[in-house]
Write a protein that binds this ligand. Structure first.
Ligand code: ZN
Length: 323
């Protein structure tokens, strides 16, 4: 009989979870508010309830599930099963997530960084299905990333691999909450697109976006979507910011290619809603930046699983650990 796994994608705003079959098919799925402001114990209780509800939805006994995989915004230790801290989730300092969730559900638990889990999800059931070596960049509030080499998630020696969003692309550049300056995510995340446009407007540059982000508006109103739309309509500032964003993404792709030589870079997250308006300039810049010594075979593709990548990947990682 085929085995089933529970995958959980825990975020600061909501929790997505599902019962996932061996092949990656999602048999039951639920999404609930995290209610992170109520602290670790409350969120843990919600996770335990979610597991019970999913089993009921799928009509499965607990014994029909082999293990739980959970992706959490890190930093964390997979090997120790501890989340060191989680952004926007108070009370998660040194939280023993793996053992507490396992104790409460009676199932083995595999704890993973959420971006790593999403990357593994795209490998087993999404854009990277035919691949062995892929790197994923998730372009949202920050730039999350995961690295899979030889079909296995690359965690690094100290559980901290795959922080490509915090590789430095501009020496001495924009300050990052991580403490460094010039990190990729300060230039290529969805948030950074809006922030950079708002800053340019505040500094006096003319733009059709000015009513959103100038003296009469708020910086938060200048979204990546608004910048992309204004760029498409010919706004010079928006075009420059959008093109720079694509340039930095292409630069990251060159660095990934030269470091790992993967078959594919998968782009995910809110920014990919721009579609060809993102992919075409990223590929053009990539081709312009990349060396000419050998042919360029690495693919750059969009993710295909959307909001299910994290839970499917978390389930698949549990399978690779406990299967
Ligand atoms: Zn950083």
């Amino acid at each position: 009989m085929a085995d089933n796994w529970i995958g959980i994608d825990l975020g600061g705003t909501n929790i997505k979870a599902g019962v996932v079959a061996d092949g990656g098919a999602v048999l039951a799925r639920r999404e609930v508010d995290t209610q992170a402001d109520r602290g670790f114990e409350h969120v843990l209780a919600r996770l335990v309830q979610l597991v019970s509800d999913l089993l009921a939805d799928a009509g499965l006994m607990r014994t029909a599930v082999r293990a739980i995989g959970i992706g959490v915004p890190g930093p964390l230790s997979h090997h120790r099963g501890i989340v060191f801290s989680a952004p926007n989730m108070p009370g998660w300092e040194n939280a023993p997530v793996r053992d507490r969730l396992s104790g409460a559900t009676g199932l083995p638990v595999s704890l993973e960084n959420d971006a790593n889990a999403a990357c593994f999800g795209e490998l087993v059931a999404g854009a990277g299905r035919q691949m062995q070596d892929i790197v994923m960049l998730t372009l949202g509030t920050g730039v999350g990333s995961g690295i899979v080499l030889g079909g296995r998630l690359w965690r690094g020696s100290y559980d901290a691999a795959g922080e490509i969003g915090h590789t430095i692309v501009v020496p001495g550049g924009r300050p990052c909450p991580c403490g460094q300056r010039g990190c990729l995510e300060r230039y290529a995340s969805a948030s950074a697109v809006g922030q950079r446009a708002a800053e340019a407007i505040a500094a006096g540059e003319e733009s059709t976006l000015a009513p959103l982000g100038g003296a009469r508006g708020t910086a938060e109103a200048v979204t990546a979507e608004a910048v992309e739309r204004a760029a498409a309509q010919g706004d010079a500032l928006a075009r420059r910011i959008w093109d720079e964003t694509c340039y930095y993404l292409a630069l990251a792709c060159v660095n990934i290619k030269q470091t790992f030589d993967p078959q594919q870079v998968v782009l995910a997250g809110g920014l990919i809603n721009a579609g060809d308006a993102l992919m075409t300039p990223v590929r053009r810049h990539y081709d312009g930046l990349h060396w000419r010594i050998t042919p360029n075979r690495m693919r750059i593709d969009f993710a295909t699983l959307g909001g299910n990548a994290g839970l499917i990947g978390a389930a698949a990682l549990a399978r690779s650990e406990f299967g």
